[in-house]
Design a protein around this ligand. Structure first.
Ligand code: C5P
Length: 230
């Protein structure tokens, strides 16, 4: 059973609010760097005030003091969950986790899905890197630093559930129902499969945003994910 997070992948606050009016059952929403850069914190505060659980996906990666400061701001705004980049290192993640306390769930991004083996190896100055092993290594670092969980692809969710244990949050994008357009997502899974493999949160964007009837598309995802909280 997973929560379904509606990705507010639009540019303006007006579009985001129109989308929410069209999908009134959404309980979790993702705010990313496009919307946040355009609208600042005001929109996030309004979403929190509307009673929504906000997932702030800014993938922080900076010196520990700066990331801890950003995390504290998100926490004080009432954000429910946010991302840091695990490549920021142990000290950064520990400072972030300490700032989050128990009011904000922090999850770590491991290897961006835009990387392949060669581009990732080049970025980190290492020759041949097995991406799956790297995701596991960074997932362990996230857990040992006190983060609540990680973001991972559907291909990794089962393995990461086994590795990180019962309590870890596993946030999974790349979710499609059979028949949905895959778009640029490389590795996709259905809501039922990702949920059964151990995902706690499914991030869904285009299949709802581009649907003729976004409310019923969203409801279908929730139903397939076995989510009881709407
Ligand atoms: O439209 P779609 O359902 O593919 O959107 C998925 C959301 O998850 C988007 O906001 C996208 O930026 C995000 N995401 C992703 N793949 C990752 C990490 C985040 O698709 N590896």
């Amino acid at each position: 059973m997973s929560e379904v997070i509606l990705a507010l992948d639009v540019t303006t606050a007006e579009e985001a609010e129109r989308l929410l009016d069209a999908v009134p059952r959404a309980g979790w929403v993702k705010v990313g760097s496009v919307l946040l850069t355009r609208e600042g914190g005001a929109l996030t505060r309004r979403l929190v005030a509307r009673g929504l659980n906000v997932f702030l996906d800014l993938k922080w990666h900076d010196i520990p003091n700066t990331v801890a400061g950003a995390v504290a701001q998100a926490r004080d705004m009432g954000v429910a969950m946010a991302t840091v980049h695990t490549l920021g290192g142990r000290q950064m993640m520990e400072a972030a986790a300490a700032a989050a306390g128990d009011r904000l769930a922090l999850v770590g991004v491991t290897v961006l899905t835009s990387h392949d083996r060669a581009s990732y190896g080049k970025s980190v100055g290492r020759g041949d890197v097995v991406i799956e092993a790297e995701v596991e290594r960074l997932g362990r670092e996230a857990r040992d630093s006190g983060l609540a969980g990680i973001v991972c692809s559907p291909a990794e969710v089962g393995r990461m559930r086994d590795m990180l244990g019962e309590g870890a949050l596993l946030v999974v994008p790349g979710i499609r129902r059979s028949g949905d357009r895959v778009g640029d997502q490389q590795r996709v899974a259905t809501p039922a499969a990702a949920s059964a493999a151990g995902a706690t949160h499914l991030v869904v964007g285009r299949p709802v945003l581009e649907a003729a009837d976004p409310a019923s598309a969203f409801a279908a995802f929730v139903e397939e994910a076995g989510c009881t909280r709407l």
